[in-house]
Design a protein. Structure first.
Length: 366
């Protein structure tokens, strides 16, 4: 597609995240929202009004959106259980697909997504594991590739976040619609961990997970998971996930290697959030790369480094993920988070769910 071409967008689900993503599309020079499909016509029209868009963009039927030749790509921010069927229908209609996580709430739909995506390699697909767009995550992967920490032996990435269930978001309490807590949010931590370990050329081999059914806010399915992952380089990964209760947004990282380590604590004040050491770059001493007074210039990180420490989507890297998806369409290149390229994240999520339900170690499908 030519770089000056308008990409017609059909948008589904103008909720909390959806409205933010719509704003980011409007800000992109090549993005144009052609249609908005929403269960509530009243809410859809209010959203269009607030964003300065025409009321005529409201589309009652999803099938009409897919039949519109001016819609080149579909953004899916609908309730979780709709992601699988809607993405499959969109690809079958020859539309590019931006899909909120989880990619699906059923394994059969997930397999069908992969099947259709593989049969249509010209389509750009993307799953919104957006924590990977924080510049902190990118920097960590670069350091791991450069072997600044040596060989990674242990890694922990948490996702504890009391997801918003107020008002029309109460559907997240229902297992039939939400799916499970791993897909609802914990999958973010899994995606980040796998990207870091991929930079170390390590792949997951097996997973053992447990779950806790205790819910203080009325979730129909377990909101708490504890996940242990074994990698083929001998490393072990841990993820503690909780979508019910947390004191803020906990995306704690603890990475330990043969030559160094890094700790990120999202609860701390910015200068103290990240500390690291490396035999290769800091003489084995702990430094704070976000605090110039406690870090040599050679190890300091840019002032505009972004970190995953807010549960408010307005503070997430929504602009970066929208730009990435639309740029992939323009440049006709696959996203690193396409259905196929992010399959390792989805497969590990499904395996962790299977392990927690069975009480058994589950091998990871590669």
């Amino acid at each position: 597609m030519a770089s000056d071409s308008e990409i017609g967008i059909g948008f589904v689900g103008a909720g909390w995240m959806g409205t933010t993503l719509m704003q980011r599309i409007i800000e992109h020079e090549n993005g144009e929202i052609i249609a908005l499909h929403q269960r509530s016509e009243k809410n859809a029209r209010e959203t269009l009004l607030n964003l300065g868009l025409s009321q005529d963009l409201y589309c009652k039927d999803y099938s009409d959106m897919l039949e519109n030749p001016n819609v080149h790509a579909v953004f899916l921010c609908s309730p979780n259980s709709s992601h699988g069927p809607q993405s499959i229908a969109a690809m079958n209609a020859d539309k590019h697909v931006f899909c909120e996580k989880p990619c699906s709430t059923s394994y059969s739909d997930y397999q069908k997504q992969l099947e259709v995506a593989k049969s249509k390699p010209h389509l750009i697909t993307y799953v919104n594991y957006l924590m990977n767009f924080d510049s902190m995550e990118k920097r960590i992967c670069e350091m791991v590739k450069e072997k600044q920490f040596g060989e990674i032996t242990q890694i922990q990435v948490n996702y504890r976040h009391p997801i918003n269930i107020s008002g029309n978001k109460a559907w997240k309490l229902k297992s039939e619609i939400m799916g499970d807590a791993i897909g609802m949010g914990i999958i973010h931590a899994i995606s980040v961990m796998l990207n870091i370990m991929d930079a170390n050329n390590a792949k997951p081999e097996s997973v053992y997970a447990t779950k806790n059914e205790n819910s203080t806010r009325g979730f129909e399915t377990a909101p708490i998971y504890n996940i242990m992952i074994n990698f083929d380089n001998g490393a072990t990964g841990f993820c503690f996930g909780n979508v019910d209760l947390a004191n803020g947004y906990d995306a704690y990282h603890n990475i330990h290697g043969t030559e160094g380590g890094l700790i990120f604590d999202s609860y701390l004040d910015r200068p103290n959030k990240i500390r690291l050491w490396s035999n290769k770059t800091t003489d084995g001493k702990w430094v704070y790369p976000l605090d110039p007074s406690r870090c040599p210039k050679t190890s300091a990180w840019p002032e505009d480094t972004t970190t995953p420490d807010s549960g408010d989507v307005v503070n997430h890297q929504t602009g970066a993920c929208v730009n990435h998806f639309l740029d992939c369409i323009i440049e006709e290149k696959a996203s690193f988070l396409s259905f196929e390229n992010s399959a390792s994240t989805a497969e590990l999520g499904w395996a962790a769910l299977k392990s927690a339900n069975s009480g058994q170690v589950v091998r990871i499908k590669q």
